[in-house]
Design a protein around this ligand. Structure first.
Ligand code: HQG
Length: 190
C-alpha cells in the first residue's frame, strides 16, 4: 500500500467516522463505533472500496493513531463533529498545555478564549512542538500556553485520549499565555 493510498483511506475514515457517517449511510453508536464489515460495504457501495487489510494497515501506520480497532469495530479516537460520547474519564493535566493556532485568530481568541468551534472539545497538546505542528496546518503557527493547572484548580475538567491529545470544553482567555510578537494585539498575560 503506497503512502498516497494510505493517506486517502485515512482521510476517508476521518471524514466518515468523525463528521459525515450519513453520507455513506452508516450509523455510529453512541461511543462512535461502527462495525468494520458495515463500513467496508458502505464505502464500496459509495465508490471508495478498500479492504480490511488496507484498513488495518491505515490504523497501524497512522502517525497520530487517529483510529481504534476493537475486534470487529472501529472508531475515531477524537476530533468528532457528530455527537458521540467517547466516555473518556477525567484526567489530571500537567501544569501547562499548549494550543497551536495562527495569528489571524488571535483577536477573537483574546476576546473569547479558545472555543471548540466545530468539534466537541478544544484540543490541546502536551508540548510546544506538537502544538506548532497543529497550528502549521493553517499557516505560520502561533503557540499559546494554557495554564491547565490553574484551570484544573478552578474546576475545569480535562480528558486525555489514548493518543495523547488533551481535551477540555473551553479555555477562558485568562488562562491563556500569549507571547509578544505573535500579532493580534498587545501581549497581555493574565
Ligand atoms: C481556532 C488535528 C477564533 C483554533 C490537529 C483552531 C489537532 C478560534 C480552529 C486537532 C477560537 C479550530 C484539532 C476563537 C479556537 N475564535 N478561532 N474563540 N477558538 N479557535 O481543527 O486545535 O489531523 O477544530 O485555534 O492535529 O486546530 O484531525 O482545532 O485553529 O490535534 O487528527 O479555531 O485536529 O488532528 O480548528 O485541531 P480545529 P485544532 P487530526
Amino acid at each position: 500500500m503506497d503512502n498516497g493510498r494510505t493517506v486517502r483511506v485515512s482521510k476517508y475514515l476521518s471524514k466518515h467516522l468523525r463528521h459525515e457517517p450519513e453520507r455513506i449511510g452508516i450509523r455510529l453508536d453512541e461511543a462512535g463505533w461502527v462495525r468494520i464489515d458495515e463500513l467496508l460495504a458502505a464505502a464500496a457501495a459509495h465508490g471508495f472500496p478498500f479492504t480490511r487489510a488496507e484498513l488495518d494497515h491505515v490504523v497501524e501506520a497512522n502517525e497520530k493513531r487517529r483510529f481504534a480497532v476493537d475486534g470487529e469495530r472501529i472508531r475515531a479516537r477524537q476530533g468528532h463533529s457528530v455527537p458521540v460520547d467517547l466516555a473518556l474519564p477525567p484526567a489530571e493535566p500537567p501544569p501547562y498545555l499548549y494550543h497551536g493556532t495562527v495569528a489571524r485568530f488571535l483577536p477573537a481568541i483574546r476576546a473569547e478564549g479558545l472555543r471548540p468551534m466545530n468539534r466537541h472539545h478544544v484540543h490541546l497538546s502536551p508540548d510546544r512542538e506538537t502544538a506548532a505542528r497543529v497550528g502549521a496546518r493553517r499557516g505560520r503557527p502561533v503557540v499559546l500556553a494554557v495554564d491547565s493547572g490553574a484551570m484544573r484548580a478552578a474546576g475545569h475538567v480535562f480528558h486525555v485520549t489514548e493518543n495523547g491529545v488533551w481535551l477540555t470544553d473551553a479555555v477562558p482567555a485568562r488562562y491563556l499565555r500569549f507571547r509578544s510578537g505573535d500579532g493580534g494585539g498587545a501581549a497581555t498575560p493574565a
